[in-house]
Ligand binder design. Structure first.
Ligand SMILES: Nc1ncnc2c1ncn2[C@@H]1O[C@H](COP(=O)(O)OP(=O)(O)OP(=O)(O)O)[C@@H](O)[C@H]1O
Ligand SMILES: [Mg+2]
Length: 310
């Protein structure tokens, strides 16, 4: 019997971010999967009294399944470090780093991982115009620290630019304005240092916005991706390298776009990606014979504190 078999696992879900509802879906699925494997699981909706909730629950290990701010950004991980509760998923540092798309992309770029060309915009810079930007239409405008495509606009005409930046500024004080890449849209899951088969994302209409992500049938997924094996290997290699550089080799999902002569580019690293039975990381794991319950259990077994305790 391992330590985790005797543990009481607190699956942390819900939370305070814009992605609260998505987190409930993922968190409940993880809790159910761990219970199916015989684990003692409590589900805790993360609110401002989370420290008291954790203490009262008798949890000996935590499994954060929180997306976005106050969960995927190092906050909860920091609390768990301070409370001495080992936890699954990213460390404080990896979570905080990868929540910030700009910090992540600059780190990757500086280490030879291809990323889209982009620039940061803030309210102090005034009204954005194309003349002030190093990228040309079409462009993508997104909040620096969000997820689930919240606040993202694909701008195809200059008149859409200022409203798009305004929309993103409502969610974050920094906005990333990026060149718009051509497909294919791909994502690569990393598990225990290995890249899983690449998943291809093919929205039926338009781009991979919130609706395409969460409406049944709105997006077709292909695993393995219907791409040249050489491109697939390249995507796996840059995904693994992105995970290594950001400290997410336990597990993460690296979103990638493009192929062709320019090659694939990393859009972002997700440290706590969607975790329902039909989400992308579980889908990729399934393609290698790792079912959802096994995936959750493997992630739980990696739970630990990352800081040295005083
Ligand atoms: N530079 C780009 N070029 C083309 N499409 C893009 C670009 N950036 C983002 N997109 C589109 O927007 C989607 C969401 O972008 P991104 O992954 O950066 O944001 P997110 O909201 O953090 O997503 P997630 O739900 O994966 O956390 C992408 O999956 C892609 O369809
Ligand atoms: Mg993404």
């Amino acid at each position: 019997m391992t330590q985790n078999d005797r543990a009481r696992v607190a699956v942390l879900l819900g939370g305070l971010s814009t992605e609260r509802e998505i987190s409930f879906k993922s968190g409940r699925a993880v809790a159910e999967a761990l219970r199916s494997r015989g684990h003692d699981v409590v589900e805790i909706d993360v609110q401002l009294d989370i420290d008291q909730q954790l203490r009262a629950s008798g949890a000996t290990v935590a499994f954060p399944v929180l997306h976005g701010k106050w969960g995927e950004d190092g906050s909860i991980q920091g609390l768990l470090e301070c409370m001495g509760i080992p936890y699954a998923g990213p460390s404080v540092f990896s979570a905080a780093l990868t929540m910030d798309k700009v910090a992540t992309l600059r780190l990757l770029e500086g280490n030879g991982v291809p990323v889209p060309k982009g620039v940061v915009w803030t309210a102090e810079k005034g009204v954005p115009t194309l003349a002030k930007l190093p990228v040309d239409l079409p462009i993508v405008v997104k909040p620096v620290r969000e997820g689930s495509s919240f606040g993202i606009t694909i701008v195809t005409e200059e008149k859409q630019l200022a409203p798009a930046v305004q929309t993103a500024l409502e969610l974050d004080e920094r906005v990333l304005i990026e060149e718009c890449l051509d497909g294919p849209e791909l994502t690569v899951g990393i598990l225990e240092g290995q890249a899983l088969p690449v998943v291809e994302i093919a929205p039926v209409d338009g781009w991979f916005d919130f609706e395409a992500k969460y409406t049944k049938g709105a997006t077709a997924y292909h695993v393995p991706a219907r791409i040249d094996p050489v491109l697939a290997e390249r995507v796996q290699a840059i995904g693994r390298e992105a995970a290594r550089l950001t400290g997410c080799l336990d597990s993460c999902r690296v979103d990638v776009m493009g192929g062709g002569w320019r090659g694939p580019r990393v859009l972002e690293v997700n440290t706590i990606p969607g975790m329902t039975g039909t989400s992308l990381l579980p889908m990729a794991a399934q393609a290698t014979g790792i079912d959802f319950a096994e995936l959750c259990e493997r992630l739980l077994k990696l739970a630990r504190l990352r800081n040295v305790r005083p």
